[in-house]
Design a protein around this ligand. Sequence first.
Ligand code: FAD
Length: 392
Amino acid sequence: MKREYDVVVIGAGPAGSMAARYAAETGANKVLLLERDREIGVPVRCGEAISESSLKKFVGVNSQWIASIINEVRFVSPAGYVVDAYTPARGFILHRRLFDHYLALQAASSGVEVITKANVEFVDEYKDGFRHVFVDIFNEKYTIKSRIVIAADGVESRIARQVGIDTTVKLKDMESCVQMLVGNINVKINRIEFYLSTDLAPGGYLWVFPKDENSANIGLGISGDFSNSKHAIKYLQEFVKTKYPDASILTTVAGGVPCTKPLEKIVDDGFMVIGDAARQVNPMTGGGIALSLAAGKMAGEVAGLAIKEKNTTADFLMKYQKEWMKTYGAEQKRYYRLKEFIRTLKNKDFDDIALNLKDLSPEKITLTKIFTLAVRKKPALLVDVVRVFANI
Ligand SMILES: Cc1cc2nc3c(=O)[nH]c(=O)nc-3n(C[C@H](O)[C@H](O)[C@H](O)COP(=O)(O)OP(=O)(O)OC[C@H]3O[C@@H](n4cnc5c(N)ncnc54)[C@H](O)[C@@H]3O)c2cc1C
């Protein structure tokens, strides 16, 4: 390990590995990727679902890290009415452990140094064109100088706050999620299922994502507003026990998902924040893999360019913030408006939507149709529905 770098990236999730790779490919010679855990991609705290289009756009598709191919989406209402939506787009359930490994290896192939068991404790202020990164590697303390630091340290991020970026998420916008990898069950390998009910997952939803015919990621997220009265794990245990009484639970993981509006500020002098740490998550679905890939690539490219141009000030790095706000930030705001409305729906509303669709042939039940019905009491949201679901 050197004592001075062009770019240091903190956290080797999808956001961090992409940022490191693209910084190295765009113009930074010395790039370091630091990961706190001993193994990249472990533990997996994710439902592992991603659309085919996102994968193709940012990484490509590799059968080694794909568990199942999804082309059916089922919604189940509180009273048990089933709606099977037609979607022309495919999706995947990944093996995140292998996927995250692959992304880090791609970064390494582009010349990035990768170090695990490296816990970054502090990043200091920007002085004379550098920041200092204080890191503990296998119980030894090191101080590393870097022209740019990229914080990709996930939902529990502390680094951005240390440098004065406000990443606070309101309690109601922080979904408390828990998930089990459940075996000894029968699931349809090509279908994901969503259960919408304030009894099963208040302020959120419950998902069943198949890993193969006999196992699935079964999880749920509940809004922070509700998580004190009954914990997410209790809701999930009750569901699994009732629906899959013979199931074996292979792993249980928990984590927060920030379902909020885009942050106002994501850069500072010699500093950028990306991925969950920057709250770059689809606030309606809680999906963050695709946005982390997008943010990592975008921030990495700007970092590489900044090194080439020898300008690592916030003014230059604003290229990333501006581009983000123009593209994904605008979309995040639309999804946020929809989420805010859907949070107000009651069990009866979900049942009504399902009943409304029961006489339609399956190919007419598109996501646009379902969400158009959902927002009918607030027609101003129709524009958002059309914009976000037009191509899905
Ligand atoms: C239960 C659950 C289910 C989910 N399901 C889905 C889904 O199906 N589809 C989807 O798209 N999204 C899903 N998400 C969200 C998705 O997992 C995240 O949005 C995505 O992983 C964000 O990537 P990231 O790189 O920003 O952060 P992460 O993947 O969290 O990576 C951050 C990395 O930083 C490391 N780190 C943290 N602090 C430090 C430090 N101080 N020093 C060094 N390293 C550090 C961590 O160890 C970690 O490896 C789910 C989340 C949860 C909790």
